[in-house]
Design a protein around this ligand. Sequence first.
Ligand code: ZN
Length: 391
Amino acid sequence: METKELLKRLIAFATVSSDSNLELIDFVQSLLATKGIRSELVFNADHSKAAMFASIGPAGKPGLLLSGHSDVVPVKGQNWTTDPFTGTEKDGKIYGRGSCDMKGFIASAIQIMLAFADKPLDRPVHLAISFDEELGCLGIKDLLLQLQHLKVEPYLCIVGEPTSMNIATGHKGKTSFRTHCCGDEAHSSQAPLHTNAIYLACDVIAHLRNLQAELMTSGARDEAYNIPHSTVHVGTIEGGRSLNIVPGECQFVFEIRYLPGDDIDTYLDNLFKQAEMLVQQAQQAHPATKAAITFDCLTRYPGLDTPADHLSVRQLQALLPDETKTLKVAFGSEGGLFAEYLSAPVVVCGPGSIDQAHKPNEFISLAQLQQCDDLLNKLVPEICFNRSEHD
Ligand SMILES: [Zn+2]
């Protein structure tokens, strides 16, 4: 099967993050098994989703690890001109949800596993497929623990998110929280006697805006990013019941995307202490009423910061066209987690452009898919053939 045909098969599995990915994983496992490739699964708690890990070549040696996520973002409310879960070929492109983010890379990586399964490799090639990446890199962690246990130490790890086949050696880390502020409801004519949950939320948000200003002026800087500092952002807020009731509840979500040079835990500790102080002040002002602020962590993944001159990265660079850029990307990926858990050199490099990801009429060009096939066909021999024991 050609890579593009395999991609169409993968698109047909509607693996939106909220739904099961087991049919896709079962299909991939069966396909790998036709070449005798064994794979293992790591399930989520209710067994509705699984991450998959497969290897070819000798175990116990550092090899090439190719990684992708099976889940895709929803299509609901988006205006598609083709069926998003039918891979549609038109004008040198394949349209469909997940075509570029990131089933194109997965199709290419599966092809490479099949093509080299019966070749005499001196180093292994691994394929890791995760789930729940689009929910904040949630579905890779148990698999990474399993890989630690198996002592998998990649020589090079490629996370195939769409970079138009450029090499991304870095991205920011990210953490996000839901903040819940509680006051007490009362007739609005009595407002000064009660704690207003919306006011509490506004005070916490004011602290977040000060934090953004501080990070901009005195935080870490990396000019390789278009926004060269860590960023703070409040995305949604809701609270209150009606104008004539003092609001008892208000909640909002915020994220911090941080550079490795910023000590994010210290900033968060300060935020939590500030919130405690606000609660104490509210309770002092209105002793008979209640006040509370709680923070629920929604996501947390580390940034990626692989040295661009790392030997493994340079080997990869040498196989790509001269115009290939080495850069840092604005979006997050599982790459930071791979680097943290496996101490491996990790890059993000995959076909398609992030400009097409998550949008209606998402597509990948056949030229990009071909470039990815070409790269992997050169990279496996480069890294996994004719290596002496001393490498
Ligand atoms: Zn992605």
